[in-house]
Design a protein around this ligand. Structure first.
Ligand code: AMP
Ligand code: ZN
Length: 455
């Protein structure tokens, strides 16, 4: 069956055909690790996880790359203000490196609690500075960049396709009389942006470069790391809609300027999570974390289920009432009994499966998927599509611990303790022991889940 996705570049729904048959390369802009992720950020990562799982469900093997921004993201996306990392470090009395590791780990924990599959590559900006320097050198060689006193800038006047992703009206963006954009620093044109900052003695994180000590701009990290792991042209690039006019526009300019080849074939963007009528955002105080929802007694997967009830291209207005309704709905899904299976007839099951898959493959119409699954009320069908939905239905409906042999329950406890202490070697060893005893082992949000392997 054909998978169709909305491509922001063409503003239309297109059939997904990967560059290499059977594979799907994807890059998703990851977190800036100066604070906890808010549930708006997490909505975007849930959408990307659904996309990744849908690709696999359709027989494509995903190769998913996600970055960790631990340097260079200034307070405004357009090169102004302080580095978010340095500001965060001052707030918490940590050094920038400690801050980065603290929030990277917090983000990984949130991802695991939401049952988001780990991308094949998670890469830190600070570990790829040399790749970024080489990309800036190539842009200078090819005439797409110029050196000023405060930075090396990308020269947007040289890249004729600059407006293509966001369909920007560049005339409206002229600086000076009547224009909306102010020229800042030593830029030649208002849309030019910093590739590499120089002469910033007060900035803490600095690296040697051909242009003296300095640090990378935020946009260059995504071009450098995505092309490093996925090649000059790859299949899918995702992020939130806020990235269309600046960050992703700049990524295209840098990447295509440097290679002369198309950068990304399908651009997918997730809409915002709103609180009240505003975008949830870290810079304002309206943000909620997954931990704050857990403190109120909510299951992280209830938040995941809430996200699945809105299409990724629609705004979702968050309320605690809606979350409560999602939690109740999810409990009903978990309590559906396999003994009352409604789709025992194989051809009825196949028809229902095809109907649900058609909804999923229609630009990830997950709200319709969930609606159909609720209507059919078939445990088997829920299990089938839980490979995509990721609600841990198998784990949550498995026989409870009380029915497990004591030695198995003890191994589970020891494995949970090992994972809490991040002793992955011990956790893997205990998993292997459980497998050897005939169990399938999973990682649910509340810890290890097991099911007896069918014989
Ligand atoms: P950041 O950590 O700020 O770089 O953002 C990480 C991801 O979250 C990006 O893909 C953003 O587009 C996305 N994002 C930020 N705010 C929201 C929001 N309110 N709703 C949905 N996604 C968001
Ligand atoms: Zn990015």
């Amino acid at each position: 069956m054909m998978l169709r996705l909305y491509n922001t570049l063409s503003r239309s729904i297109e059939e997904f055909v990967p560059l290499e048959p059977g594979k799907a390369g994807m890059y998703c802009c990851g977190p800036t690790v100066y604070n906890y992720a808010h549930i708006g950020n997490l909505r975007t990562y849930v959408f990307e996880d659904i996309l990744r799982r849908t690709l696999r469900f359709n027989g494509f093997t995903p190769f998913h790359v996600m970055n960790i921004t631990d340097v260079g993201h200034l307070e405004s996306d357009a090169d102004e203000g302080e580095d978010k990392m340095e500001k965060g470090a001052r707030r918490e009395g940590l050094d920038v490196w400690q801050l980065a590791r603290k929030y990277e780990q917090a983000w990984l924990d949130d991802m695991a609690r939401l049952n988001i599959e780990r991308p094949e590559v998670i890469c830190r900006a600070t570990e790829h500075v040399q790749d970024m320097i080489e990309l800036v050198e190539r842009l200078l060689e090819r005439g797409y960049a110029y050196a000023a006193n405060d930075a090396i800038y990308f020269d947007t006047s040289k890249f004729s396709d600059y407006a293509k992703l966001a369909r920007l009206d560049l005339r409206g963006l002229q600086a000076g009389a009547g224009g909306r954009v102010q020229l800042t620093g030593e830029k030649r044109h208002p849309n030019d942006f910093a590739l590499w900052f120089t002469n910033r003695p007060r900035h803490i994180m600095q690296w040697e470069s051909p242009w003296g000590r300095g640090y990378p701009g935020w946009h260059i990290e995504c071009s450098a790391m995505s092309m490093k792991y996925l090649g000059p042209t790859f299949d899918i690039h995702c992020g939130g809609v806020d990235h269309i006019p600046v960050h992703h526009t700049n990524e295209i300019a840098q990447s295509e300027g440097a290679t002369g080849q198309p950068f990304v074939r399908y651009w997918l963007h997730g809409e915002w999570l709103l609180i009240g009528s505003e975008k949830m955002s870290k810079s304002t105080e309206n943000f909620l974390t997954l931990a704050s929802l857990a403190e109120k007694g909510f299951d992280p997967l209830a938040y995941r289920y809430l996200c699945l009830q809105a299409h990724y291209r629609s705004e979702l207005r968050f309320t605690l009432d809606a979350l409560e309704a999602a939690q109740n709905g999810l409990r009903r899904v978990y309590s559906a009994s396999p003994e009352r299976e409604t789709l025992n007839d194989p051809s009825a099951f196949a028809d229902a499966r095809a109907e649900v898959l058609a909804a999923l493959n229609d630009d990830l119409n997950v709200p319709q998927v969930v609606g159909l699954l609720n209507r059919y009320g078939s445990h088997r069908l829920w299990l089938e599509f839980d490979h995509v939905l990721g609600l841990d239905i198998a784990g949550r409906t498995a026989p409870d611990r009380g029915e497990l042999p004591a030695e198995v329950a003890a191994l589970i406890e020891r494995r949970n303790a090992a994972r809490r202490e991040r002793n992955w070697a011990e956790s893997d060893r205990l998993r292997d022991e459980l497998i050897a005893m005939g169990y399938e082992v999973g990682d649910g949000p509340t810890g290890t889940t097991v099911r007896k392997r069918p014989v």
